[in-house]
Structure formats: C-alpha cells, structure tokens
Design a protein. Structure first.
Length: 367
C-alpha cells in the first residue's frame, strides 16, 4: 500500500510539473542588446543553388551592421514552412532598406543535412535558399538556442540582438507579426515610386554579371506570380460557373425560384403558383451555362429584360459567330439556349426567346 502511495505521489508531482510549464512561453537565443558573434553557415547547393552554393561563411558578417534576421530551424515540419517562406519573401521586400536574412538548419549529421537541404531547397524554391548551420544540432554555443522550439528567430541591427523569438507552432498571426518586427528595424518601405526607385538604384550592382543575375531572378519571380495569378483566376472562374449552375441568374428573385416548382406565397400547396399558371405548366430546367467565357458573357447580355429588339439581334449575331467556330462551342450555345428557355418568365424578352428557339430548331431539333 505504501509503495502504491509512493508512485501515486510521483505521478501527481509529474502532472503538477507539466501544468506549471503549460501555457508558458519558452525563451530562446541571446537577450536584446547582446553583441553578435559569428554564425558559420554552408550553402548545400542542389537544383536551386543560390548565391552561397558550396561556400562556408559567417552569416553575421554578411549582415554586417545593418538590419537582419537569423532564423534557426530546429526541426523541419510542414506547418513551419509558411513562416520560413514569409521571412524569405519579406527579406526580398525589405532589401531596399538593407535588410538581410538567413535561414539555417540545425542538424547533428552534416552529410544527411546537406542531402535534405538539396531536396528541400529544390522543392520550396526560396529566393535565398536555406543554409546549413555548421554548429551542429545545438547551434552556436553562446546563442543559447532552446531545443524545445521548432524555430528560433533572432532579429538584429547595428551588430547586436534586438529581439529573440521562440516558435513552438506557427500560424497566420506570426507572419503578420514578422512584418511588423522587420519594419521596426528598417522603417516603412517608401510608397512614392520616385523615392522607391532611388533606394533601388542605390543598391544596384554596377557589374554586368550581377545585374544579369538580378534580372534572371526577377524574371523567374514574375513568371511564378503570373502562374499563381492564372490559377487563382481559373479557380475564381470555376467557382462562378458552379454558382451559376446552381442559380443561373444571380439576381433571380424568390418569385422566380418559386416558379421552378415550389409554391408561391399565399397559394395552396396543391395548386400551381401564379407564375406557373401563366406559363401553362411547371417550368422544368434544361441545359446548362456555357463554360466558354465569351459565350457566358454574351448570354448574360442576351437574357436582359431591358434589351430592345435591335440590341438582342446584335448580341444574337455575336453568339452565332462564336458558336460557329467549333462543334464544342455550338453545343454549348445549344445548352445555354435550352437553359434560357427553361425560365421564360425570368430570362430575355419575347423577341430574344424567339431567336433562341430558332437557333435550337436549326441546331438541336425542336426546342
């Protein structure tokens, strides 16, 4: 019994110890005001080499007396990558104000770490690829990096530590805070184009090779941004198409929705709505919106109730011209006119509906 009590007490003490540390922010790195000492790094190379490929150098000396950051990576996990990328992007953005940053992987096995960095840098393609710290898994001895952190961020200026932050997890607020911390070091980036150009001009190298390297890097970044924008536009377009498929007219009223088969307000459940009575029968949806952006835009213009006959004839002519370009486009036009005529009370004037019927009669048999 006494032995059981002894182990129970030990368990309670362990739990109490854990509770005493839960919620407490851990500390890492030198205290603010500490003079910086060398941080030796190595560029591991790989597909995405970077400017420090194959070099051993002092990252602190590279930063010099200007503003900068040292990000020590204790452990590589998926959730920390956004902050690593965010620092890399922010460093490029604030470079006009002389800000420099280095991300350094801490690892006990140099060979294993180099292979891992080659693969990782080739995957995430940072502007300034991640480097290997040459001080093992603990990092520089006098930096007192905390192994409980997954990331240790040391912000520096004038050769001294300004702020040390330990990350045990990463979220969107951390990325927002990062920009604020950097701006505290550098001041805000000028918004006036002329002032910004002066800063850039002062930092541009004079030799052709360096200028060429900058131009190539910027061309690659523009290509990546363009591709990202294209994907976002395509996703936005697909979302609009899906919404239109669910509700073809974004401004469709409740009365129009009721005309698809639901009971109008005030009508008995077993009698047709006024909209359906005027149509002679319940409307049944047919067809679908066109995937072609040009036909989609033309359809939206064609179904407006405010169009006059001349306007409708002009739009209809454009639809015919577009539909004649391929069998696929013609099929899309057939489906979109079927959709339009499924909702006669809501889409198009009588003249527009007649033109749609004529198109279907010619290209899809009796509408």
């Amino acid at each position: 019994m006494k032995m059981k009590n002894f182990f129970s007490i030990l368990a309670l003490l362990a739990i109490a110890s854990n509770w005493s540390t839960m919620g407490q922010e851990i500390t890492t790195g030198p205290a603010p005001g500490t003079q910086l000492t060398p941080v030796m790094a190595y560029g591991a190379g790989g597909v995405h080499k970077g400017s420090y490929d194959g070099r051993e150098f002092d990252a602190v000396a590279e930063i010099g007396t200007g503003p900068g950051a040292l990000l020590f990576v204790h452990e590589i996990t998926r959730n920390i990558l956004p902050l690593i990328r965010e620092l890399d992007t922010a460093a490029a953005e604030f470079s006009v104000l002389s800000f420099k940053s280095f991300s350094l992987l801490l690892h006990a096995d140099r060979s294993e770490a180099e292979n891992r960095l080659k693969a990782m840098n080739g995957s995430i393609k940072m502007r300034n690829p991640m480097l290997l710290s040459l001080d093992g898994a603990e990092g520089p001895g006098n930096y007192a990096l905390n192994r409980k952190a997954v990331l240790s961020l040391i912000l520096v200026n004038h050769g001294k530590v300004v702020r040390s932050i330990a990350f045990t997890d990463v979220n969107q607020k951390d990325a927002e805070s990062l920009h604020g911390w950097i701006e505290e070091l550098t001041g805000p980036i000028p918004k006036e184009p002329a002032e910004y150009r002066k800063l850039v001009d002062a930092r541009l190298p004079t030799d052709t090779a360096s200028l060429r390297e900058i131009a190539l890097n910027q061309a690659a970044e523009i290509q990546q941004l363009t591709e990202r924008l294209r994907r976002q536009q395509q996703q936005s377009y697909n979302m609009r198409q899906n919404r239109m498929a669910d509700n073809p007219n974004p401004r469709m009223t409740r009365e129009a929705q009721r005309s698809e088969g639901s009971t109008a307000a005030g009508a008995k459940p077993d009698e047709p709505s006024q909209a359906n009575r005027s149509n002679g029968a319940a409307q049944v949806r047919q067809g679908k919106p066109p995937e072609d952006p040009e036909l989609n835009s033309l359809l939206r213009s064609f179904i407006r109730k405010t169009n006059d006959d001349e306007r409708n004839d002009s739009i209809f002519s454009d639809i015919q011209k577009r539909a004649s370009e391929s069998e696929a486009l013609n099929a899309e036009a057939v489906e979109m006119f079927k959709l339009m005529l499924s909702f006669r009370n809501n889409y198009g004037t009588p003249h527009a509906q007649q033109r749609a019927e004529a198109f279907l009669k010619e290209h899809a048999g009796k509408p």
